[in-house]
Design a protein around this ligand. Structure first.
Ligand code: 5AD
Ligand code: FES
Length: 352
């Protein structure tokens, strides 16, 4: 048998490869072996989660951010964004609507907005959990001190998303002025220790990112073993310093999704909005490469265009009201079914 076949089989059977083997795969994958890789990724996903796709309702509650990440459309120095914050009431209204639509997981995402002090955020979490005791609350609000992560957890937050963005120290430092590579990773380990279901993840096709860097992303995920892994293509935003750079491709992102599914076989892996933005069937392709989560937007329609992390983000215009039906059709079109439950990680025992 040829080397590529052997490597793919080893990956499928052991859920592991060395740094050198992963790099060899990335450098030599041809179309035939890419199809084989996707097939193994689908089989692996099916073994752990069947043909279910878990739905998370995303609430983008503030686009105010103290960080200045070079790639991001809501970075501090982008003066063209109209900034907004949802009030407690508005956030709860999104949850109420989402709950009525059947959602049992809400993802509360924001920029790193200091207005949401630990008191304000724990208040919101406590309120949501008392109104809707059967929902899982996921926070995605950036780097915070350990005590705050603990306070959110004690208030009832179940999960925390914090992409590592890239596992290359030099690339990380060049993209995140003033931020600490070590602190970000450390946050992920702290979140795990506290007991959250934790989400990490990275972008594909960042300017200057090499295949070696992508291998480091895979190895970092293998080591951290997060419960959820968000992977999307980098898409340039014109009001950022990287506005005229090239973006990531659908093909490269699909390969990284499939490799991730095989290396961390039990992870929850979203078909991201960024994939749907790059390609009209980007999310369907992601599901066919091993993904099993979709995160429809529940933010108020007026807020959606203001949460533009990258150019031409989908589901921010008039079509937004139809996302639920649109996504369900897309999921069914690849032979999968919507699951509106909490969608916990398969090893996670929920005791409430
Ligand atoms: N292109 C693609 N993804 C982006 N993100 C931020 N800016 C961009 C961009 N220009 C991703 C980051 C962040 C997540 C919420 O969105 O990975 O963690
Ligand atoms: Fe929003 Fe299709 S998912 S319109």
């Amino acid at each position: 048998m040829k080397t590529l076949d052997l490597l793919l089989e080893k990956l499928y059977n052991t859920n592991n490869l060395t740094r050198e083997e992963l790099l060899y795969l990335l450098e030599n994958l041809d179309q035939v072996h890419t199809e084989k890789l996707f097939e193994y990724a689908r089989k692996t996903r099916e073994r752990y989660y069947g043909n279910k796709v878990y739905m998370r309702g995303l609430i983008e509650f503030s686009n105010i951010c103290r960080m200045n990440c070079l790639y991001c459309g809501i970075r501090r120095d982008n003066k063209k964004v109209q900034r907004y914050r949802l009030s407690h009431r508005e956030i709860l209204e999104c949850c109420r609507e989402g709950y009525a639509l059947g959602y049992r997981t809400f993802v509360l995402q924001s920029g790193e907005d200091p207005w949401y002090t630990v008191e304000r955020l724990t208040d919101i979490i406590t309120y949501i959990k008392s109104m809707f005791p059967d929902v899982a609350v996921t926070l995605s609000a950036g780097e915070r001190p350990e005590e705050e992560y603990r306070a959110f957890f004690e208030a009832g937050a179940d999960r925390y998303l914090l992409r590592h963005e890239t596992a290359s120290r030099s690339l990380y430092e060049s993209l995140h002025p003033g931020a600490s590579f070590d602190n970000r990773r450390n946050c992920l380990y702290i979140l795990k220790k506290i007991g959250y279901q934790v989400g990490a993840g990275f972008m594909v096709g960042l300017p200057g990112q090499t295949k070696e860097d992508l291998v480091e992303d895979l190895l970092f995920l293998k080591e951290l073993e997060p419960h959820m892994i968000g992977i999307g293509p980098f898409i340039p935003h014109k009001e950022t310093p990287l506005g005229s750079e090239k973006g990531g491709t659908v093909e490269d992102t699909l390969v990284m999704l499939a490799l991730t599914r095989l290396l961390v076989p039990d992870c929850l892996l979203p078909a991201t909005t960024a994939m749907g933005t790059l390609h009209p069937e980007g999310r369907e392709l992601a599901l066919m490469a091993g993904a099993n989560v979709v995160m429809p937007n529940l933010s108020p329609t007026w807020a959606r265009p203001k949460y533009e992390l990258y150019q031409d983000k989908i589901c921010t215009g008039d079509e937004a009201a139809h996302c639920r039906g649109c996504i369900e059709r897309r999921i069914n079109s690849v032979g999968m079914v919507v699951d509106m439950g909490r969608g916990d990680h398969c090893n996670f025992e929920h005791t409430a």
